[in-house]
Design a protein around this ligand. Structure first.
Ligand code: SF4
Length: 205
């Protein structure tokens, strides 16, 4: 068995069936959630997202809301000015180009303001059950490099390196497992002495 697959097996044993962390009811709520969650803890992003959608639910609601009001509502997620602009501009584009619906394909998702490949993968996987790539967030970047799975600092290149190594059936859960491990053990100051991967990991820190 490839060392990467052995490491994946150990992570599965350690963390089990880790789920995606944002709670959402519609693809649009997920889209807003992924914008809010940038540079923000899962807990805060989720709390603000739930509060926001008690009153506002559709791209029309967000496109019509004054920018300053939206900024205030999402302030605690940080970088709120850019995020508010992103949410409003994406809402407007959904109305103008996509009949008010979140597209279910990579090409169109990437046309939306504030949506890059990572966010598009998150939306496709979690809202539409389409696994076309691997979500590469900061945890996946850090751990992939430390584990020697990729030597690139570039998220798109790392995604391609991981796609070559891991079978498609693992693409959805791999980032969830790496995030769980990255938050608990392989943090910015890694706890290699208690890590389940220690005997296999080259520790390229
Ligand atoms: S051995 Fe250290 S560097 Fe490697 S995955 Fe574990 S904590 Fe991270």
């Amino acid at each position: 068995m490839k060392p990467e697959l052995k490491e994946l097996k150990l992570l599965k044993k350690e963390y089990g069936d880790v789920k995606y962390y944002l709670d959402f009811k519609t693809p649009f709520q997920l889209l807003v959630g992924v914008i809010l969650s940038a540079q923000c803890t899962d807990e805060v992003a989720n709390r603000v997202l739930q509060e926001l959608f008690k009153k506002y639910k559709t791209p029309k609601d967000f496109a019509a809301m004054p920018l300053s009001k939206l900024e205030n509502l999402i302030k605690s997620t940080g970088f709120y000015k850019n995020k508010a602009k992103g949410i409003k501009n994406a809402s407007k584009m959904l109305i103008e180009k996509f009949h008010g619906k979140v597209p279910d394909n990579m090409e169109d998702l990437l046309k939306l303001p504030s949506i890059g490949r990572k966010s598009a993968n998150v939306i496709l996987q979690n809202a539409f059950n389409k696994v076309e790539g691997i979500v590469v967030d900061t945890h996946v970047v850090r751990l992939s490099r430390r584990l020697g799975w990729s030597s690139s600092p570039n998220a798109d290149k790392i995604e391609q390196d991981l796609i070559k190594v891991f079978p498609r059936k693992e693409w959805l859960h791999l980032p969830h497992l790496l995030k769980a491990h990255g938050k608990k053990v392989c943090t910015s100051k890694p706890k290699c002495d208690v890590c389940v991967l220690s005997s296999l990991c080259p520790k390229l820190i």
